[in-house]
Design a protein around this ligand. Structure first.
Ligand code: FES
Ligand code: FES
Length: 209
């Protein structure tokens, strides 16, 4: 028995994660097949007619970070998908995709909105600002620098949303107190629990303003 135990092959963490990922991917594909059932010929033909991503597309003009973009999009496309998938502005994150986490926050005419809840067609005519428009790695805004200095991120997925939200809050109220900063961030969630550091970074920026 002891010999058997000794012979048991031990998986490294990396092997385990790789294996689990493959299993999840496989389960996803299998699930899709099970959910959809076999593809009949008629159904395949119907899909063929519908599949072009541009079916029913309309012209959409978006002004993002000061640049005008002319796109052809289906009316159902969200602002978040247009930014990420068409304009390659991936700062705004798709996390919950249902207006609860704030990871997709962008500014519309200076006000924070959830880009996952806005349709791109409805965003026409507005000035959209994403986190990319607030600073770059080489030229960070004061707030972005404070995020770095306060180590206000762990996985970083929520960070762009927080930066945009705090930027808007401090623009409106440059002398914001800690409580006002907390209040302004109530629509953003950090699953890693770095809230306090985010608030400290924001407060440090407010004190300099
Ligand atoms: S992805 Fe938009 S609120 Fe979560
Ligand atoms: S740093 Fe990971 S979710 Fe906020």
């Amino acid at each position: 028995m002891a010999e058997k135990k000794g012979k048991r092959k031990r998986l490294s963490r990396r092997q385990f994660i790789k294996g689990a990922g493959t299993a999840i991917a496989a389960a996803g594909v299998g699930g899709a097949i099970l959910a959809n059932g076999p593809r009949t010929e008629t159904r395949a033909k119907e899909e063929k007619k519908r599949t072009p991503a541009q079916a029913g597309a309309v012209d959409v003009t978006l002004k993002v970070n000061g640049e005008t973009h002319r796109l052809s999009l289906q009316p159902r496309v969200t602002l978040l998908d247009a930014l990420r998938d068409r304009l390659e502005l991936t700062g705004a994150k798709r996390i919950c995709d249902r207006g609860t986490c704030g990871g997709c926050t962008v500014l519309m005419d200076g006000k924070p909105i959830y880009a996952c809840l806005a349709l791109a067609v409805d965003a026409q005519g507005g000035e959209i600002t994403t986190v990319e428009g607030l600073g770059t790695p080489d030229a960070m805004s004061r707030l972005q620098k404070e995020f770095v200095e306060h180590d206000a991120l762990m996985c970083g997925f929520c960070t762009p949303g927080f930066v945009v939200t705090v930027h808007a809050a401090l623009k409106q109220n440059p002398n914001a107190s800690m409580n006002e900063i907390r209040e302004a961030c109530r629509g953003n969630i950090c699953r890693c629990g770095t809230f306090n550091r985010v608030f400290e970074a924001a407060y440090a920026t407010a004190k300099q303003m």
